[in-house]
Design a binder for this molecule. Structure first.
Ligand code: 3HC
Length: 311
C-alpha cells in the first residue's frame, strides 16, 4: 500500500508537475538526480579545459573575447548545476572531492585534445550543438531546480553553438590549408559528439527509470538521431563532410540512417583510458590546490564576520 507521500509524488509526476526540494521524493529519485546533475556540473567544469588551451592563442581579439566569454559561461553553468544539486542534500565539497578523487563521471567528450584552432569551431558547432539537443528537453525535467537551471543554460548554449558554426564557416571560406584544418577537426569531433548522448537505448541502464520519472524526456538514440538530422543541412552550408560513409536518408523512416558508432572507444574513455583523461583530472587537481588559499581566506573572513555579529 503506497503511503500518502508516495501517492502525492506519483500524482506530481503523472500530472507532469514539478518536484521541489522540500517535496517528499523516493530515495532512488534523489540518488539518480544527484548522480546525473553532479556529473552534468563536473562536465561543465572539465569542459572549460579543452577551450582554455586556445584563449591565449586565439587568431584575433574578437575570437579571444568570444572564447573567454564562452569558457566563463561554462564555469557559471557548472556552479549553477552544483547549486541545484546541493538542494538534494549533497554538499559542494563532497562533489568536488568525488571529482578530484577521480570517482566522479563527467562527459566523455572532454577527454579529447584540441590541437588546432578549428577545434574551437568544431566544439562549438558539434559539442555545444549536441548539448543543446540534450539540454532543451531537460528544461522540463520533473525536478524543478534542474529544469530551471537548464532554461538559463540553454540560452547561453545557443550562442556557444553559433560562434562555433561561424568559426568553421570562416575557415571554410579561407585558404586550402584552413579548409583542411576545419575538415580535420570535424572528422575528429563528429563521432565523440554522438557518444555524448550515451550508450544505445538497449544498453542504457538508467533510461527506463529516468524516463518514468520524467527526468529524461527522450531516449539516448532519439536525441542522437535528432542531432544528426540537424547537422546534415548545416554541414552542407559549411561545405564540410560528416565522416560517416554510411550516413544516408531513409525515405520510409523519414530519418537519416547512421553508421556504426565505435562503442569500444566510448567504454575506453569512460574507463579513464581516453586521450586526455589523466591530463584533465591533473589540471583539475592543480586548480583545486591553487585555489585553496582563496577558499581558506573566504572561510576565515566569514568566521570573523560571524564572530563580530555575536560580539
Ligand atoms: N560520458 C560519460 N558518461 C556517460 C556518457 C558520456 N557521454 N553517456 C552515458 N554515460 C554514463 C552514464 O552516466 C551512466 O553511468 P552512471 O550510472 O555511473 O551515471 C552510464 O554511462 C549508462 O548511461 P545511461 O544512458 O544509462 O545514463 P543516463 O540515463 O544518465 O544518460 C546522459 C546519460 C544522456 C548523459 C544523461 O546523464 C544526461 O542527459 N546528462 C545531463 C546532460 C549532460 O551531462 N551532458 C554532458 C555534456 S556537458 C555539456 O553539455 C557542456 C556544454 O557546455 C558543452
Amino acid at each position: 500500500e503506497a503511503s500518502a507521500e508516495e501517492r502525492r509524488f506519483t500524482e506530481l509526476i503523472e500530472a507532469d508537475s514539478r518536484v521541489e526540494p522540500r517535496d517528499w521524493m523516493p530515495a532512488a529519485y534523489r540518488k539518480t538526480l544527484i548522480r546525473q546533475m553532479s556529473q552534468h556540473a563536473h562536465s561543465e567544469i572539465i569542459g572549460m579545459q579543452p577551450e582554455s588551451n586556445w584563449i591565449t592563442r586565439a587568431p584575433s581579439l574578437k575570437r579571444k573575447a568570444i572564447l573567454m566569454a564562452k569558457v566563463q559561461d561554462e564555469a557559471g553553468h557548472g556552479l549553477y548545476l552544483y547549486s541545484a544539486t546541493q538542494t538534494l542534500g549533497i554538499t559542494r565539497d563532497e562533489m568536488m572531492d568525488q571529482l578530484i578523487a577521480g570517482k566522479a563521471r563527467y562527459s566523455s567528450i572532454f577527454n579529447y585534445p584540441t590541437p588546432t584552432w578549428a577545434d574551437m569551431g568544431a566544439i562549438g558547432w558539434l559539442v555545444d550543438g549536441a548539448a543543446i539537443c540534450n539540454q532543451v528537453p531537460l528544461c522540463r525535467a520533473s525536478y524543478a531546480p534542474y529544469g530551471r537551471a537548464m532554461v538559463r543554460i540553454c540560452k547561453e548554449e545557443s550562442f556557444h553553438q553559433r560562434q562555433g558554426f561561424e568559426i568553421l564557416l570562416e575557415l571554410m571560406h579561407g585558404t586550402d590549408a584552413q579548409k583542411r584544418m576545419a575538415q580535420d577537426a570535424v572528422d575528429r569531433w563528429y563521432w565523440p559528439s554522438l557518444m555524448m548522448f550515451g550508450p544505445p537505448d538497449d544498453d542504457s541502464p538508467n533510461s527506463a527509470q529516468s524516463m518514468a520519472w520524467k527526468i529524461k524526456r527522450f531516449s539516448n538514440d532519439e536525441l542522437r538521431q535528432r542531432f544528426v538530422s540537424m547537422l546534415v543541412p548545416q554541414a552542407e552550408v559549411l561545405g564540410v563532410t560528416l565522416p560517416d560513409p554510411d550516413l544516408r536518408w531513409n525515405e520510409e523512416r523519414g530519418e537519416y540512417d547512421l553508421g556504426e558508432i565505435d562503442w569500444t572507444e566510448f567504454h575506453e574513455v569512460l574507463a579513464g583510458r581516453g586521450p586526455c583523461n589523466a591530463l584533465r583530472l591533473q589540471r583539475r587537481r592543480d586548480a583545486h590546490e591553487e585555489g585553496r588559499w582563496v577558499r581558506e581566506a573566504a572561510a576565515a573572513y566569514a568566521k570573523r564576520v560571524a564572530e563580530r555579529e555575536t560580539e
